[in-house]
Design a protein around this ligand. Structure first.
Ligand SMILES: *[C@@H]1O[C@H](CO)[C@@H](O)[C@H](O)[C@H]1NC(C)=O
Ligand SMILES: *[C@@H]1O[C@H](CO)[C@@H](O)[C@H](O)[C@H]1NC(C)=O
Ligand SMILES: *[C@@H]1O[C@H](CO)[C@@H](O)[C@H](O)[C@H]1NC(C)=O
Ligand SMILES: *[C@@H]1O[C@H](CO)[C@@H](O)[C@H](O)[C@H]1NC(C)=O
Ligand SMILES: *[C@@H]1O[C@H](CO)[C@@H](O)[C@H](O)[C@H]1NC(C)=O
Length: 343
């Protein structure tokens, strides 16, 4: 008898602690999800009237937003993923309460009609891994604060009306693997800091108004598979450091104002499948080192000021199916080694 009550006395505080732990974690869970629920409903209410009806599951009948369309939560019931793609959403991010989503990791809002600026408060989403705002109508500058999203691996802002220059702070996103800023109205130079992104695999900056030269620091992007910097206003010489990118399969830099010779180091890019420097002001000879590009299927050098003979080493390019060298000042015969039947 005495033993039992001893046990009760002993265990009572344990039960008490357990009880309060359960209560407080439940309270925490509910209040976290209430804040997230309200934040999502406020954001929905800010959409243009005709699109507010698009998300009927977003209502107060369900206790948490975790079952709503486009929303997923972690096991604690906190929102980690907001993905609503190609849904006709018409609104801004002005009423989106970034601070209400401490666990958000994935945001996918591509192919809607979202407009206005990308708010600098986005930097509060410190766990963000994936941000896709592509194919919308966002305008203004890319907020430099985006450089604070230390966990970001994927950043897609393709096809908006973003202007201003690329913030050099993007060079702080050391985890970044894919960066796509193409088809906007970005101008000014490409920040040299992008050369710090040594986990980068895909870098797409095409179809903007970027000027200045290709940063030499791009030679540090040792994991890069694809580099698209075409259709801009880039000037200066092609940096020899690009020859360090030995995983690169695709290098598109057509339609710029690049000048000077094509560095023979480009011939070191043994993984290249497609290379285009067309529509620039490049001069000098086609490097004979190109004969080492054994995986090349596409070689476009048309509309430049290239001169001299077509190197017979191009005949080594056994995978080549598309060779375009027209509108240069090349002379002499097409070397026999380049079998026309293969082209
Ligand atoms: C978005 O809503 C606004 C205001 O209702 C309207 O003027 C605009 O045309 C809409 N945009 C699209 C792409 O539907
Ligand atoms: C929706 O319509 C109401 C009344 O017609 C109007 O007061 C409100 O400003 C509109 N909201 C938006 C976001 O267009
Ligand atoms: C986020 O949600 C979308 C839509 O439900 C889904 O397709 C996507 O895979 C999710 N992302 C992750 C990383 O779970
Ligand atoms: C950038 O876009 C914003 C919003 O569309 C506009 O107000 C601003 O004048 C533009 N700035 C530049 C430098 O083009
Ligand atoms: C380039 O951007 C312009 C708008 O800035 C767009 O109209 C055009 O379709 C884009 N071209 C490509 C090839 O993406």
């Amino acid at each position: 008898m005495a033993k039992k009550s001893d046990l009760e006395v002993l265990l009572f505080p344990v039960f008490l602690v357990l009880f309060f732990t359960i209560i407080s974690s439940k309270t925490y869970m509910v209040s976290a999800s209430i804040e997230e629920t309200n934040a999502l409903l406020n954001w929905k209410a800010s959409f243009a009237n005709q699109t507010q009806t698009l998300l009927p599951s977003w209502n107060l009948l369900s206790h948490s937003p975790c079952t709503w369309f486009g929303i997923s939560c972690n096991s604690a019931g906190s929102v980690i993923n907001i993905s609503i793609t190609s849904f006709g959403l018409n609104g801004t991010l002005h009423e989106f309460s970034f601070s209400s989503f401490p666990n958000l990791k994935y945001v996918g809002l591509s192919m809607n009609s979202l407009f206005g600026i990308i708010p600098s408060q986005i930097a509060i989403l410190s766990k963000l891994i994936y941000l896709d705002l592509s194919i919308n109508h966002f305008s203004g500058q890319i907020p430099p604060e985006i450089g604070l999203l230390a966990n970001l691996q994927f950043l897609y802002l393709v096809q908006n009306q973003l202007n201003g220059s690329i913030p050099h702070e993007i060079g702080r996103l050391k985890s970044l693997e894919e960066l796509d800023l193409s088809t906007n109205q970005l101008h000014g130079p490409i920040p040299a800091s992008l050369g710090n992104l040594n986990n980068l695999i895909y870098l797409y900056l095409y179809n903007n108004s970027l000027s200045g030269s290709i940063p030499q620091e791009f030679g540090n992007l040792k994991n890069l598979l694809e580099l698209y910097i075409d259709t801009n206003s880039l000037t200066g010489r092609i940096p020899t450091t690009l020859g360090n990118l030995n995983k690169l399969t695709l290098l598109h830099s057509f339609q710029n104002n690049l000048s000077g010779p094509i560095p023979h180091e480009i011939g070191n890019l043994k993984s290249l499948v497609s290379l285009s420097f067309s529509l620039n002001n490049l001069s000098g000879w086609i490097p004979s080192s190109f004969g080492g590009l054994r995986n090349l299927t596409v070689l476009h050098l048309y509309e430049n000021q290239l001169s001299g003979l077509i190197p017979k080493e191009l005949g080594n390019l056994i995978s080549l199916t598309d060779l375009e060298l027209s509108q240069n000042q090349l002379s002499g015969p097409v070397p026999e080694e380049i079998s026309i039947s293969r082209l």
